[in-house]
Design a protein around this ligand. Structure first.
Ligand code: SF4
Ligand code: ZN
Ligand code: ZN
Length: 304
């Protein structure tokens, strides 16, 4: 297979797009494509200050890299969850630090959950028996991103979710016909109330293997290991299923997710679910919540 641009041997074959590119042209294409998505979906503008959530993995570091190269005013945010199985958090933090240094001291901040709130995520999970680590972790991450975005007056928080991530979540939401989730799953989540951060996913159209190819070709040293708590996660199983589908029918993953977005927009699917939820302010932290009194995050630390 040859590069569509220069005819040299291809490094990445994107079967879903029916073309292949050499390393150099792939890197170029990937950056240009990200910029197109940012503009097409009006994610943010040139002068906007952004926070990019980085985990040390390929997607988030690749996103940080691309945003820096495009010249956006972006700061990294590493949330240290205190996952000490196989020293996971320490190692992933090291990858973030190394990336920042290699990128010419790219600015970033670290929020250590245990140092800030008193307990790491696994410790919290131990205390709240019966609640899944990942659901607590998600709650903590959402809260922290929101709070720091608000306090630092960032216009948006960008995350490295790729098409495989989005398609797996869509598959899950569809299997259970969770219409509320289906109404809200999107590449851009606007800030509907003042303390709610705008969330954007500039990589949502890339296949996971392409974000991985970008990281590898760019020489980004990312953490290969997955979080130990992700073992056996249903979303991983759904990703495998969708990949089987993709092998049979090229472009199926992309078709599944992009047609969903299109159908929802053009046919108003789940329109009745999109009414704004009634949100009030948490009495403790001030973040928007559907509960009255304390938000779910603050309740975690209160009812001991
Ligand atoms: S796998 Fe679960 S515990 Fe690990 S980072 Fe993801 S959400 Fe958090
Ligand atoms: Zn080429
Ligand atoms: Zn709160």
């Amino acid at each position: 297979v040859k590069c569509r641009k220069c005819g040299e041997p291809a490094a990445v074959n994107m079967r879903q797009h029916r073309f292949a590119l050499c390393g150099e042209h792939f890197l170029e294409w990937f950056i240009a494509q990200t910029e197109r998505v940012i503009e097409k979906y009006r994610m943010f503008a040139r002068q906007d200050r952004l926070l990019v959530a980085v985990s040390g993995g390929k997607d988030s570091l690749a996103l940080w890299d691309v945003l820096l190269r495009l010249g956006y005013e972006v700061e990294g945010l590493y949330i240290d969850l205190g996952i000490d199985d196989e020293a996971y958090s320490k190692q992933s933090r090291k990858h973030v630090e190394q990336f920042a240094a290699a990128a010419g001291d790219a600015p970033y901040r670290v929020l250590d959950v245990k140092a800030t709130y008193g307990k790491s995520v696994p410790e919290l999970a131990l205390e709240k028996r019966g609640r899944k680590v990942c659901s607590l972790c998600g709650l903590v991450k959402r809260h922290v991103m929101n709070r720091l975005a608000y306090e630092g007056e960032y216009v948006a928080v960008a995350t490295g979710h790729n098409l495989d991530d989005e398609a797996a979540v869509l598959f899950q939401n569809t299997l259970h016909w969770q219409t509320g989730y289906l109404a809200r799953q999107a590449p851009v989540l606007p800030s509907t109330v003042p303390r709610l951060a705008r969330k954007v996913k500039p990589f949502f159209r890339f296949y996971e293997r392409d974000t991985a190819a970008y990281a590898v070709l760019r020489g980004i040293d990312y953490i290969y290991e997955e979080c130990p708590y992700s073992k056996g996660a249903t979303t991983i199983f759904y990703k495998e299923l969708l990949n089987q589908l993709e092998t049979r029918s090229r472009g199926a993953k992309q078709q599944f997710y992009l047609s969903f977005l299109q159908a929802r927009e053009e046919q108003g699917l789940f329109g009745e679910e999109t009414q704004e939820l009634e949100l009030s302010e948490c009495q403790n932290c001030g973040q928007p919540t559907t509960a009255s009194g304390l938000c779910a995050f603050c309740r975690l630390w209160e009812d001991r």
